[in-house]
Structure formats: C-alpha cells, structure tokens
Design a protein around this ligand. Sequence first.
Ligand SMILES: Nc1ncnc2c1ncn2[C@@H]1O[C@H](COP(=O)(O)OP(=O)(O)OP(=O)(O)O)[C@@H](O)[C@H]1O
Ligand SMILES: [Mg+2]
Length: 263
Amino acid sequence: MKPATIRFDDSTVRYPDSDRDAVGGVSFEVGGGELVVLLGPSGCGKSTLLRTVNRLVPLRCGRVLVDGVDVAQLDPVELRRGIGYVIQAIGLFANMTVAANVGVVPSLLGWSPGEITARVDELLRLVDLDPTEYRTRRPSALSGGEAQRIGVARAIAARPRALLMDEPFGAVDVVVRTALQRELVRIVAELRTTTLFVTHDVDEAFRLADRIVVMRDGRVEQAGEPFELFERPATPYVRELVHAGDDVYRRYFARGRELVRAR
Ligand SMILES: Nc1ncnc2c1ncn2[C@@H]1O[C@H](COP(=O)(O)OP(=O)(O)OP(=O)(O)O)[C@@H](O)[C@H]1O
Ligand SMILES: [Mg+2]
C-alpha cells in the first residue's frame, strides 16, 4: 500500500473549560514513508497534536489531512483501523493472549484465522520474539520491553498507512530502548510506513528522525532535519535544546544515529 501523507493546516485545539489553545495554529506535512519526530517539553501539546490525526481529539479550527482528505470527513472507526497507534500508558489488552493482541485489527477487518495466525507469527519474528514461545502468553507475563515490542507489532499488524507513536519507549532501559529504536527504523524503512513519533528526549529524536518538529507552548518552534536544527537553530530555545554548535553533542548525536541506523 502507498504510504500516507499527513498534513496539519493551521491545526488548533482548545480543551473544554480551558482559556488557551493546547495546540495553536500548527502547520507542517509528513511525507509518505517519512519518520517525523515531535520534540518538546511536557505539556507543549505533542500528544494532543498526535491525537488529532486519528480524531481522538477534535480541532477548534484548521484541518488535518490524511492523503489530502480532511479527517473530519472520514468515519473515525475506519480512520483508526488504517492508522497504527502506540502509547506508553494503555498498552495491551490484559485479558487477551499476545497472539490475540497482535491480531486484533486484522480480525476486526475480517481476515481468515489462517491469515491472522501467519501474520502474527511473521510480526513476532519481525520484533525479534519467538512465536512458539510468546504466542500464548498474557501481557502480565511480559517484560516492559517485550510488551512494547508487542505494542509495535499490534500497531503495524494490518499494514497501516500511517503510524502514530506517543513516547512508546519511555519505560524501558537504555539497552532495550536502543534495540527497539533500531527495529523501528528498520521496520519503517522496510514497510515505508509514514510515522509520527512523539518524544521529549532530544537524543532519541536525533537517533530516529528524518525530520524533527520542535514544539513549544502548542506551537511549532522549528521544523527541519536533525543536523539542520543543530547547525541553524531558528530561536534561542532550539539552540539550547539541541546544544547547537557544541561539538561534543554533535558527535554524541551522530553516534546515536549511527547506532540505530546501521544496517
Ligand atoms: N483532556 C484534557 N483536558 C484538558 N486539558 C488537557 C487535556 N489533555 C491535555 N491537556 C492540556 O493540554 C496541554 C498539552 O497537553 P499534551 O498532553 O498534549 O502535552 P504533551 O506535550 O504530550 O506533554 P507530555 O510530554 O507531558 O506528555 C497541557 O497544558 C495539558 O494540561
Ligand atoms: Mg504526551
């Protein structure tokens, strides 16, 4: 399937009972197959912006377009089936096996049991978990890192056109985190899935991103390729955030990028 494009066009969100916009007039585009990282401090509106794409949060004004179509025109259930979504907090369905978790969207889409089983096994291998060992486990019998892998497998099970990831690797240790970052980069490159990835971790953003969108107070501070931000920060805020011009950080970020992108 052709990877989706996602376009924010003056997208603005205000939560009920709030007197300010959580997201204010955001415009940028995520190209087909591109991995864009939303980077910014707690409360700056990253999750809110992400959730406008699958219509978990409504816009006050502006638009979000997936493949040129305003998501407000689309059936939300169908929209969500076509877009993988991974979050840290909610995670997996506790009462279902790993196989049932991974197969949940294919089964909603009416795939045959044989197709689903084959796909589940293929995905478990893709995220480096042995199907015979993990298929029948419950989420309570998984480590944090394993659960995150299953979360990623579930999100891409039905070959979504786009993937939304909200701080998916926050709760795992550095080693597992690097492994998951490598897998993500590999999977996105292989499947050419358009991906919007939220993090507040600058190092993680430099490791993963084709482009980084820096947010602050609900607005886009700067968007560009990682080392473009580093070489030419548009504002003092970005300069400080990415440690612009500091050679030690340049090497550190470059090394991290190499680590997850090495084939
Ligand atoms: N359901 C809600 N109702 C009212 N206000 C909300 C709601 N969800 C978020 N907010 C507010 O909107 C702003 C943006 O929140 P959001 O969750 O998008 O930030 P974030 O960048 O994802 O932060 P974090 O890194 O902590 O997850 C914050 O001021 C937050 O308090
Ligand atoms: Mg958030």
